[in-house]
Ligand binder design. Structure first.
Ligand code: CUA
Length: 155
C-alpha cells in the first residue's frame, strides 16, 4: 500500500513537471511568434538554384525608384554579374551562398555584409551618384577569391 502510494505521488510529480515543461516550451514558442522575423532568413545551401527567388537571381523593380536585387554567391562569382539601375534607386540586396562563406561589399558605399551558407543576408543602399560600382567578395573564399566581383551600374 505504501509503495503504491509513493509511486502514485511520483507519477503525479512527474506529470506535473511534464505539464510545466510543456507550458514553458509553448509559452516560449508563442513569445517567439510575436518577434518579427529578423532580416536573416534561412535557406538550404544545397538547393539555392531551386529555391525561389534565388532560382532566378537578378533585379526586380518593386516600386517607384525601389528595387530588390537577388544575388547568389558561389566560388568565384556573383550572379547576376551586372545590374543597371537609375540614379537615386533604392536597392535592397538579398544575398546567399551556394557553397562557402563569402563577403558582399560595394566599397564606395556602406554596403558590406557577410554571406553565410544557409542564410540570406539583406543590405540596402540608395545610389545617388552615377557610375560603375565594383561589388566585391571581401571574405577569403579560396584560390579565386580576388577575382570574385560584380558590377552595379548607376545611370
Ligand atoms: Cu568569395 Cu572571397
Amino acid at each position: 500500500m505504501h509503495i503504491h502510494r509513493a509511486e502514485r505521488l511520483w507519477l503525479i510529480f512527474g506529470v506535473s513537471m511534464l505539464a510545466v515543461f510543456i507550458a514553458v516550451i509553448t509559452t516560449a514558442a508563442v513569445v517567439d511568434g510575436f518577434v518579427p522575423p529578423s532580416h536573416v532568413q534561412s535557406i538550404d545551401p544545397t538547393k539555392v538554384s531551386q529555391t525561389p527567388p534565388f532560382d532566378h537571381p537578378g533585379l526586380r523593380r518593386v516600386g517607384p525608384g525601389a528595387y530588390e536585387a537577388y544575388y547568389v554567391a558561389r566560388i568565384f562569382a556573383f550572379t547576376p554579374a551586372t545590374i543597371t539601375i537609375p540614379r537615386n534607386a533604392h536597392v535592397t540586396f538579398f544575398v546567399t551562398s551556394a557553397d562557402v562563406e563569402h563577403g558582399f561589399s560595394i566599397p564606395e558605399t556602406g554596403v558590406n555584409s557577410a554571406v553565410t551558407p544557409g542564410w540570406v543576408s539583406e543590405v540596402s543602399h540608395t545610389f545617388t551618384t552615377r557610375g560603375t560600382f565594383l561589388l566585391i567578395c571581401n571574405e577569403y573564399c579560396g584560390s579565386g577569391h580576388q577575382l570574385m566581383a560584380a558590377k552595379v551600374i548607376v545611370e
